[in-house]
Design a binder for this molecule. Structure first.
Ligand code: AMP
Length: 266
């Protein structure tokens, strides 16, 4: 496994590996967990070369504190990457990724304004901008993204179509803890007691109740709720526990069959 920090170094490696078969890319912000690992496994299984990028992208953080507090565990991440047979880890600097001082950005005018976008202005433009930059550098044949960030996944697919990028976007299912809570780097910012309380978040989401009923239930449990809403046959929710914001979404068809509308949420 090779770890690369400089764009120039990567570009010369990219030339060397041009004819060495399909490249699978997994983009992350580090603090790797089981969710990321599932993407790495798939990338490795389906490609000759697998590449992990780790970059905490300033352009997608609308809250400065969130950016400052984002967990950073690079040594641990490199161990996990090696265990998953990653060939290259690309860890660029903000200075190099934004050498243009943020002059150029990708903007999307529809889907980026709903759900997450409504609560995090500019977030998805920041995401799409870094994804395009990393795609341009890595030039993968396939890129793996989690359904955990379903709206992001749809926006990336849309960008790939709009700009005729020859990259297959591979969706990967959300990996969850036994409690139902999705693995998330932001879970690591929570106390054990807060994590325990969060189990109710997942139970509510899978309860089979309407978005309104779930929102009411979450509020009654003391969560701050940004939204609970249906979109594209999925149920989306964003809540805050203290200063930590968490999101989740599920396919409406995946709600537990025994939890129909008659069953109370508690
Ligand atoms: P992040 O480091 O949080 O930006 O996530 C990097 C990639 O991992 C994104 O494509 C996420 O959707 C994906 N991901 C994060 N958490 C999970 C999870 N629990 N299950 C599956 N994929 C995930």
């Amino acid at each position: 496994m090779r770890t690369i920090h400089s764009v120039q170094e990567w570009q010369s490696i990219r030339k060397e590996i041009t004819n060495k078969g399909p490249i699978g890319l997994v983009m992350t912000m580090g603090n790797l967990h089981e969710g990321h690992a599932s993407l790495l496994k798939k990338a490795r299984a389906e490609n000759l070369i697998s590449i992990l990028s780790i970059f905490i992208n300033p352009a997608q953080f609308n809250d400065k504190k969130d950016l400052e507090n984002y967990p950073k565990t690079i040594e641990q991440d490199l161990v996990l990457a090696a265990e998953h047979g990653v060939d290259y880890v690309f860890i660029p600097s903000s200075e190099e990724m934004y050498a243009d001082n943020y002059r150029y950005k990708i903007t999307e005018h529809e889907v980026s304004h709903i759900l997450e976008g409504k609560h995090r202005p500019g977030h998805f433009d920041g995401v799409l901008t870094i994804v395009l930059k990393v795609f341009s550098l890595i030039k993968p044949q396939r890129a793996y993204f989690g359904e955990k960030d379903y709206q992001q996944l749809q926006l990336i697919k849309g960008m790939v179509d709009a700009f005729f990028l020859e990259i297959d976007i591979i969706p990967c299912p959300t990996i969850r803890l036994d409690s139902g809570l999705p693995f998330s780097s932001r879970n690591n910012l929570l106390e054990i007691s807060e994590l325990k309380k969060l189990e109710a978040f997942s139970q509510c989401l899978f309860s089979g109740k309407s978005a309104n009923a779930i929102e009411e239930k979450l509020l009654s449990l003391g969560f701050k709720v940004d939204y609970v809403a249906e979109w594209q046959n999925r149920l989306f929710a964003a809540i805050k526990v203290g200063n930590v914001r968490l999101i989740d979404n599920i396919a409406i068809s995946s709600r537990a069959p025994d939890n129909d509308n008659k069953k109370p949420l508690n």
